[in-house]
Write a new protein. Structure first.
Length: 250
């Protein structure tokens, strides 16, 4: 009997904290399954993304691995060798820098790789459009979407917010919460395409790391320094607490 290979959809909300996601009105994403509190294995994007793409799951989920392929292997290559079309879609310029530093590992292993195509304060709608088009051309498919609306400068569908130390942490928290809601609405065409698609699917929604919202320490990048050459961050559980949901579109 022929075994049907499911589509794998990995949706990563850059810098999204667990508490802002939990508080957000996000019916599309939250309908996928149980919202779980997990911990990232790094507090900034490069390490976390590389970990995910080597098939490691966030801390505290008792999963062992993300997908039924070997750990330590390069997941995009393993999936392509197993007949998958693979796509990495993001406006995050750090991914382009990682690809350049790692001898083109993204360009060589993903069927489609878009790092610098998307412009403007928000890219999620264009990314979703490209993701739906990719699904129409590839079965089975592996989609990795790294969405930036929850990363500074944040975007909530109406305006941009750049966090800085004189702002109230609660105002930045509320803005990231609204950014999650905006992303959730923008994902509807992708969820509709999965709903109408005959091939089974497995959707993961998570983040690469958390964020510090002040009032003393801000951000998440350990290499960022203040004007006084002091680190912008210190250790905090809020740097690592992330949401994790896994399931299928109802």
């Amino acid at each position: 009997m022929k075994v049907t290979k499911p589509d794998y959809i990995f949706i990563c909300l850059d810098s999204c904290r667990y508490d802002t996601f939990e508080a957000a009105d996000a019916p599309n994403m939250k309908s996928l399954g149980e919202l779980r509190r997990a911990h990232s294995f790094a507090c900034f994007t490069p390490s976390s993304i590389l970990g995910y793409l080597m098939n490691f799951n966030p801390i505290g989920l008792d999963m062992g691995r993300l997908y039924p392929y070997r750990k330590w292997g390069w997941l995009p290559t393993e999936l392509r060798n197993d007949g998958y079309g693979t796509a990495f879609l993001t406006p995050n310029a750090a991914v382009a820098a990682m690809d350049l530093s790692l001898d083109g590992i993204f360009r060589k292993s993903f069927t489609v790789h878009e790092f610098l195509k998307y412009e403007g304060p928000s890219a999620v709608e264009a990314i979703v459009e490209d993701a739906v088009g990719f699904l129409g051309q590839h079965t089975p498919a592996f989609l990795f979407l790294l969405l930036m609306e929850t990363h500074a400068p944040m975007y909530d569908g109406e305006k941009v917010k750049v966090p800085y130390p004189v702002q109230r942490p609660s105002s930045v928290y509320d803005f990231q919460r609204r950014a999650v809601t905006f992303i959730d609405g923008a994902l509807e065409p992708l969820f509709e395409a999965l709903r109408d698609r005959e091939n089974p699917h497995d959707v993961i929604v998570t983040s690469d790391h958390g964020d510090l919202l002040g009032p003393v320490k801000w951000g998440h990048n350990p290499s960022d320094l203040t004007l006084l050459k002091r680190s912008m961050i210190h250790y905090s559980e809020e740097l690592f607490e992330i949401p994790f949901i896994r399931g299928s579109v109802a």
